[in-house]
Write a protein that binds this ligand. Structure first.
Ligand SMILES: Cc1cc2nc3c(=O)[nH]c(=O)nc-3n(C[C@H](O)[C@H](O)[C@H](O)COP(=O)(O)OP(=O)(O)OC[C@H]3O[C@@H](n4cnc5c(N)ncnc54)[C@H](O)[C@@H]3O)c2cc1C
Length: 498
């Protein structure tokens, strides 16, 4: 696939490294990156694809051809000698590189830098149905699309991502629900009408930069302005993005010079009671916020936008009645409505599984597809697997998680096809995820972690790719984020190789 942006990024990276007297290969070693990263040079690509081919047979249907779905299709194609794979995906730009939306929001990348066509990533031999799966009958192994196409399968892999539920916020009902890719011009209009921005769609990220520029110009002209940034009360994809866009706003204000930064009050209102689920990353972020004079108020969930005000449900636990039997106070949740004026509002919307899946037999009470968190096999249907943002696994809604998960799913589906069971020796998903937390233009804190990190409170159990202290902001991780992760995703993951 021809893509000038990838070549340009790699050329720019090479010239930056050359100035500093190191080769790309040596830089990768410092970063602790293995074959996946070398692959961006192409030389080791072939070696990485030499998976052992299985002659197992079975009809596999994949729901969703985004990052997780297409990577899985590619790796299955590389791994099976007789692949019979069908992907159901309605969106033409489903393979777009969503992590780049944060950079578009701050005017560092263009929308065209992340737009990738689904049809360029359909592995040879894979059938693509450009429709939406709407009816699931897992008892009879069939799925039906919105256009009435009925598909039967032996194995189904669900990788349908999340729906961005802007409509759940009062005042934004008209915005409805959205996916990150595709035409979201109506959503942008509705957000604009209440003065809000959101990088969670590609269209929205481009509009965010327009609004950011106005905010910065107002601050620079001497006006005192307020920027408000939210984080909702549902699981979200890329938990770091709500903060990344705030750090980038801070950076852009500083870059604008004069008293622009001093005139802007930046305030983060997350629903949760901390900055990050892992103690050491939380502490590092609090320090970074304080050093930059960025404010924060925990336990605030955005519920409404009205008349230039963001309205939050501020919730807190307070002592209730004393329980004589238990000899302790009952703890009750107190709710208080808090209004914040804003000149710039960045909304991270509540997210959920698409209803046609979440409310079907393969969904769950909360919608996410219930799976064994280590094998990614469905909790009730042994021939169904789920991965990516839609899977009900803790802390797993990033491309970095999907990169570990798709290999597990491919191995396990092939084992099921070969022997009807999953050997305990197959690789397991251990909860690995990674958040390249952009802390300014030029620095990133590479927060890697897995489920074990929750217990230790740091990244030490995360099978970290680098030995560098993960709580430090570094230029080298900025280079990784800005220049390398996209080619790694496109050449490595979407090709089923890394
Ligand atoms: C602003 C932002 C910043 C991010 N930053 C990072 C980052 O720095 N690092 C990182 O690792 N990750 C990041 N991510 C997250 C990452 O992009 C996602 O975790 C990843 O795309 C998940 O892949 P997926 O395949 O599960 O979902 P998606 O890539 O969203 O694909 C899901 C696909 O399913 C399709 N679909 C939905 N319903 C149906 C249906 N009923 N029938 C058929 N198809 C259907 C959709 O059209 C969509 O194409 C970021 C995301 C955003 C939005």
């Amino acid at each position: 696939m021809e893509n000038r942006n990838l070549k340009r990024d790699l050329e720019q990276l090479d010239s930056i490294l050359k100035e500093q007297g190191i080769s790309r290969r040596d830089a990768m070693k410092v970063m602790g990156l293995g074959g996946a990263a070398f692959m961006v040079g192409g030389t080791e690509a072939e070696a990485a694809t030499s998976l052992e081919a299985s002659s197992a047979k079975g009809k596999i249907v994949i729901i969703g051809g985004g990052l997780a779905g297409m990577s899985t299709a590619a790796r299955l194609t590389n791994s099976l000698s007789n692949p019979d794979i069908t992907v159901i995906e309605p969106e033409a730009l489903s393979c777009s590189y969503q992590p780049g939306q944060t950079l578009i929001g701050a005017g560092l990348w263009e929308k065209s830098d992340i737009a990738y066509k689904r049809d360029d990533f359909v592995p040879s031999g894979t059938k693509i149905i450009k429709e939406k799966a709407v009816e699931f009958d897992p008892d009879n192994n069939t799925v039906t699309t919105d256009k009435g196409t009925k598909v039967s399968y032996d194995y189904m892999i669900i990788a349908a991502g999340v729906k961005l539920n802007y409509a759940a916020i009062k005042g934004l009902e008209e915005a409805g629900e959205a996916y990150s890719s595709g035409n979201n011009s109506k959503l942008v209009r509705v957000l604009d009408s209440v003065g809000a921005s959101s990088i969670y769609t590609a269209d929205g990220s481009a509009a965010t930069w327009t609004n950011m520029k106005k905010f910065i110009a107002a601050a620079k002209s001497g006006k005192n302005v307020k920027g408000v940034f939210t984080h909702p009360n549902t699981p979200i994809k890329c938990g770091g993005a709500p903060k990344k866009i705030m750090y980038l706003m801070n950076s852009r204000l500083e870059e604008a010079g004069g008293s622009a930064r001093a005139n802007a009050d930046l305030h983060f209102y997350p629903n949760g009671g901390g900055m990050f689920g892992i103690k050491n990353y939380h502490k590092a972020i609090v320090k970074q916020f304080e050093a930059r004079n960025m404010n924060y108020s925990y336990k605030h969930n955005l519920v409404e936008v009205k008349d230039g005000k963001a309205i939050f449900d501020h919730h807190s636990k307070v002592k209730g009645n004393y329980d004589e039997d238990l000899e302790e106070y009952e703890m009750i949740t107190k709710h208080e409505r808090v209004e914040a004026d804003f000149d710039f509002l960045h909304i991270t919307p509540p997210m959920k599984a698409p209803d046609e899946i979440g409310k079907s037999k393969v969904g769950s009470k909360k919608g996410w597809v219930p799976v064994n968190k280590e094998t990614l096999q469905h909790a009730r249907y042994k021939n169904v697997f789920a991965l990516g943002d839609i899977a009900a696994v803790p802390m797993g809604k990033t491309g970095g998680s999907a990169r570990k998960q798709y290999k597990v799913v491919v191995n396990n589906v092939i084992s099921m096809m070969e022997s009807g069971s999953i050997p305990s020796t197959n690789i397991k998903y251990a909860g690995y995820t990674v958040c390249p937390l952009i802390t300014s233009i030029g620095t990133v804190m590479l927060a890697e972690f897995n489920w074990a990190s929750k217990k230790t409170g740091d990244g030490s159990n995360a099978a970290m790719t680098s030995l560098l202290d993960p709580t430090k902001e570094r230029y080298i991780w900025w280079l990784l984020k800005f220049y390398l992760l996209k080619p790694m995703t496109v050449y490595g993951m979407l090709a089923g190789k890394a």
